[in-house]
Design a protein around this ligand. Structure first.
Ligand SMILES: [Zn+2]
Length: 442
């Protein structure tokens, strides 16, 4: 009985939060007031109850009252992933509220567990509710179709109603399962769910898209596509919009920060959920100017079970600015660049950023790729090509472009493959390096 009452309480609070969150969408002053109020409350809680922040504030000569709004945050030292991992148990308050645990994907190394309490889940759901409303999904009744993340997931999972992010029924399909039974099932789902919202992680939606392009699945036209979980390149966006004849809105989030920012269908950037998270883009500790790229630093304003303040999550992003034509006053982030942990180190000490490799391999003839650096520093580039492509011409060109960046010190081998299996999280790892890993852990 108590559990039931708790659940009802949670639903009511989520709708109330969502209602207020939607209400302040076009009022910048109100957004700033809510942000500052939440920040003060979070800082004073963390300094009082959480060992890590108590000690950190003390050694920096800071008091909780010194942090009044987002601009004051620059006084607080940055928290790195290594520090979070090393001092993991110092991040919890003495009295831990009921929590759920999630793991960060660990694409940049060893995974970190993140504890989230009811308050942070409610505020995050309200944020999801808000962007779904802004993207035209309405309050209720719009079906959602979601592709499963890996071949191990069921292909005929039963649909279920979501009730915390708008009242919608979610149906599942699995584009990784290669049976005729599944093909028929997906065909039926597409027929039944015309005009649904297609929501899922980018690699799974991309897989679905390729199956349609190959004629394995029939054409399908959702009302909107919401992607998340992986950097969405301009090429992939274009292909999705062309194949599904629908607009794509990308959602940027991470476990530590929740849903951080979302694209509307009017502007080019991402609206930052500034009343749930403070996002800074820094280079050498200083905020970057409009249009410049820097490291993403986040402060979660709702998670009391495990306060995350000024945390460098390993992503790079381009700062945005100006107003969005949609009228929403949440500030804009121009572009998500991606992870910093996927760079490649060469024997001469040079570091090759992954977006440089990505730039070479983002060829319309290549569907998917994965760069594996062997222990001897040589590269194996696995790739899945478009049907009917002349492999030798393509490989020669890619090899030549890679040589221009890497020089001649490392071997490069191109390996055409049929599939590149997603990792357990459903995301595909673009770069895997075994070089120097042994030294690091010795
Ligand atoms: Zn907008």
């Amino acid at each position: 009985m108590k559990k039931r009452i708790d659940q009802i309480g949670m639903v009511v609070r989520t709708y109330w939060e969502a209602w207020s969150a939607i209400g302040r969408l076009k009022n910048y002053d109100r957004l700033v007031t809510v942000q500052s109020h939440k920040l003060q409350k979070m800082i004073s809680y963390a300094v009082r109850h959480v060992k890590y922040y108590r000690e950190m504030f003390e050694s920096a000569g800071l008091k909780a009252e010194d942090i009044r709004d987002a601009r004051d945050l620059e006084k607080v030292p940055i928290l790195t992933k290594t520090e979070l991992r090393n001092r993991f148990w110092d991040f919890f308050p003495q009295e831990l509220p009921a929590c759920r645990v999630s793991r960060t994907s660990g694409s940049t190394g060893i995974p970190v567990c993140i504890f989230s309490d009811q308050n942070s889940r409610i505020c995050n759901s309200a944020g999801v509710f808000r962007y779904r409303m802004a993207l035209g999904m309405g309050l209720a009744g719009r079906p959602i179709i979601t592709p499963m993340k890996t071949p191990k997931d069921p292909w005929d999972k039963s649909p279920h109603w979501t009730h915390l992010q708008g009242l919608h029924k979610t149906f599942y399909v699995n584009p990784y399962v290669d049976t005729q039974e599944n093909e028929r099932y997906i065909g039926k789902m597409f027929e039944k769910l015309q005009g649904a919202a297609l929501i899922g992680i980018t690699p799974a939606i991309r897989k679905l898209c390729y199956r349609i392009r190959d004629g394995q699945y029939p054409r399908y036209r959702p009302s909107i596509i919401l992607t998340t979980g992986e950097v969405l390149t301009a090429e992939v966006r274009e292909m999705l919009e062309e194949t599904f004849e629908a607009k794509v809105a990308d959602i940027y989030g991470c476990n530590e920060g929740g849903d951080i920012a979302w694209q509307c269908t009017r502007g080019a950037g991402y609206h930052i959920n500034m009343d749930n998270v403070i996002l800074e883009i820094l280079r050498d500790g200083q905020p970057v100017k409009e249009g410049q790229v820097g490291e993403v630093v986040i402060t979660n304003l709702n998670r009391y079970a495990m306060p995350i303040i000024r945390y460098k999550n390993g992503d790079y992003a381009r700062a945005g600015g100006g107003d969005c034509p949609c009228g929403c006053k949440l500030p804009l982030l121009a572009e998500i660049i991606g992870r910093s942990g996927e760079d490649i180190t060469l024997p001469d000490g040079r570091i090759i950023p992954w977006n440089q490799l990505k730039g070479v391999l983002n060829d319309p003839r290549i569907r998917q790729f994965q760069v594996v650096q062997n222990v001897d520093a040589g590269l194996n580039v696995k790739y899945v090509h478009e049907p009917g492509v002349d492999k030798s011409t393509l490989e020669k060109l890619i090899c030549q472009r890679l040589r221009e960046i890497l020089g001649s010190a490392v071997s490069i081998e191109l390996v055409p493959v049929m599939v590149i299996a997603p990792a357990e999280s459903g995301k595909s790892k673009l770069v895997i390096s075994h070089y120097r890993q042994g030294l690091e852990y010795a």
